[in-house]
Design a protein. Sequence first.
Length: 297
Amino acid sequence: MTDAAIIDGKAFAAGLRDRVATAVAGLKRDHGLTPGLAVVLVGEDPASQVYVRNKGKQTLEAGMESYEFKLPDTTSQEDLLAKVHELNADPKVNGILVQLPLPKQIDEQAVLAAIDPNKDVDGFHVVNVGRLNTGSADALVPCTPLGCLLLLRDYFGGALSGKKAVVVGRSNIVGKPMFNLLLQESCTVTVAHSRTADLPAELGQADIVVAAVGRPEMVKGEWLKPGAVVIDVGINRIEKPEGGTRLVGDVDFAGASKVAAAITPVPGGVGPMTIACLLRNTVTAACRQNGIDEPSM
Ligand SMILES: Nc1nc(=O)c2c([nH]1)NC[C@@H]1CN(c3ccc(C(=O)N[C@@H](CCC(=O)O)C(=O)O)cc3)C=[N+]21
């Protein structure tokens, strides 16, 4: 088979950010509303600092307000919860994101549970998990699986119904919400994981593969059904034989490209979609909080 088409997440994300910026301009003009996103970073993890900087920059570029809070690594759970409560009460803040992972003295679930579900632009609060699971229209949907879904809808022109999808990975952040979103699109969905008996046999049936396991190049091209569409969520930094490092996904890109119909690259695939969907969720949250019809984005 010839080489797979590349699903250009970077370009799609740029287009989505433009549509978000247009929506924001409309909210300002028609409602005097400027959506605001608060990002809280605890500690000094270098990768997290880069992500937080990119989020802040892209929030401002979309015409929204960005509020960044950098708390020391030694922050107590009590102090972090106090910050979350302050942001919950602040009407200028429409979206709240507490960057994960958190330092070990902090109970992540307790922090996520403290965020106002209607400001929970990560979609990690159990209320939003429940809303998504039950197909409620007021769910805020986790950014990475939402980004994957938008890429798939675009590729298939909306025709996902009846497709066989395999999600590899069962995390709360990607695997489980991805399962729910694909099920809602009327795909037949299998969730595979580290205890799956025969992963190649499962993948051999899949029209759509979403790989989110966090193991570099784990999914091999030979396991795929010819013509499959592959969404690679993994972002793994590995050592190059000649020294230095490079980013690879959870899928063996070279091998998969020979078998798949289409595949997302790493970098430049799902990663940029995650941030674009965060901006989109912030506009969605701001509209709902203010009783304004959600613009199409
Ligand atoms: N509460 C919370 N919400 C998050 O959404 C969240 C989080 N915590 N903690 C960290 C992870 C990671 N994350 C990424 C976002 C964008 C790229 C991204 O844009 N990647 C680019 C560049 C990659 C690079 O060069 O390093 C790409 O894949 O092309 C990657 C990773 C959001 N996260």
